[in-house]
Design a protein around this ligand. Structure first.
Ligand SMILES: *[C@@H]1O[C@H](CO)[C@@H](O)[C@H](O)[C@H]1NC(C)=O
Ligand SMILES: *[C@@H]1O[C@H](CO)[C@@H](O)[C@H](O)[C@H]1NC(C)=O
Length: 252
């Protein structure tokens, strides 16, 4: 599931009644929230809450499509609002206020979003419960909100997963690392899924166990060692040949 996003509004009304001996201040406020996670805004919920001092007395919830009251006054107020044009206006806020403004805000973020560079690698760690550890690292992305998950043959894996927080590089960009400990099975497919504002869909990176980066490095080191060995052996042979031809055999 994608992280929940919020768009909020707040309106405060303060009234004070000043008497001879005391001053009382009352305030009411209205706090509305648009809550969603889907990039196409299809799961948008609008919650509009009315408070007197700090007590919530009436709340509109777009999932219910009506106002709900708390306390005697709040319940009466909700019935009154549900019976008039106010509730109609509230129902329209999902489209008029929430979707409209979230679209503007999200597109402003998306236009500045930078796609992560993702690297999957095999790491070795002693003492784990499973013999293999894979690391999925995402670098140089913006904004910091990101979700990294692991898939085993398309199924989400949640156990034996450890992840860092999004870490600031100090240059506007972020990085994150997630590790999966597992026991490899032949023929299975392990993937790392990355969800980020830079893409409307999760991007899946499949692990290719046949040729990991560390194995590639080992191969390069091995090949270099072989070349060095051949060169040294050849040099030794040439030196030996030169020495043996230069030697004068003295018969005894
Ligand atoms: C809105 O109503 C739905 C459906 O009853 C409920 O699941 C949800 O928790 C409510 N939201 C709030 C903020 O109360
Ligand atoms: C709802 O509205 C009708 C017509 O305006 C009115 O007769 C009725 O009393 C109202 N009910 C409540 C609970 O306010």
């Amino acid at each position: 599931m994608l992280p929940l996003k919020y768009l909020t509004c707040l309106m405060l009304t303060v009234s004070s009644f000043t008497g001879a001996e005391s001053a009382n201040v009352y305030y009411t406020y209205r706090w509305c929230r648009c809550i969603y996670s889907s990039p196409d805004l299809s799961d948008m919920v609008y919650i509009d809450s009315y408070y007197f001092n700090k007590y919530l007395f009436t709340q509109f919830n777009s999932t219910l499509g009506k106002c709900v009251g708390f306390s005697e006054y709040g319940i009466r107020n909700a019935e009154y609002w549900n019976n008039g044009t106010f509730v109609e206006q509230e129902r329209n806020e999902v489209e008029r206020f929430c979707k409209h403004n979230s679209q503007i805000r999200d597109s402003a973020v998306i236009s500045k979003a930078v796609k992560p560079k993702v690297k999957l690698s095999s790491v070795t760690r002693a003492g784990g419960r499973h013999p293999a550890v894979l690391m999925c690292s995402a670098y140089d992305f913006y904004p910091p909100h990101i979700k990294i998950s692991w898939l085993r043959d398309g199924q989400v894996v949640t156990s034996d997963v450890t992840s860092t927080e999004e870490m600031a590089d100090g240059d506007w960009y972020y990085q994150i690392h997630s590790e999966l400990e597992y026991s490899p099975k032949s023929g299975e497919k392990i993937s790392c899924a990355v969800e980020h504002a830079s893409s409307t869909k999760p991007i899946i990176y499949d692990w290719d166990p046949s040729f990991s980066e560390s194995e590639k490095n080992k191969l390069v080191i091995g090949a270099s060692g072989l070349v060095l060995g051949i060169v040294l052996a050849a040099a030794g042979l040439i030196y030996y040949k030169k020495k043996s031809t230069g030697r004068i055999l003295v018969p005894h």
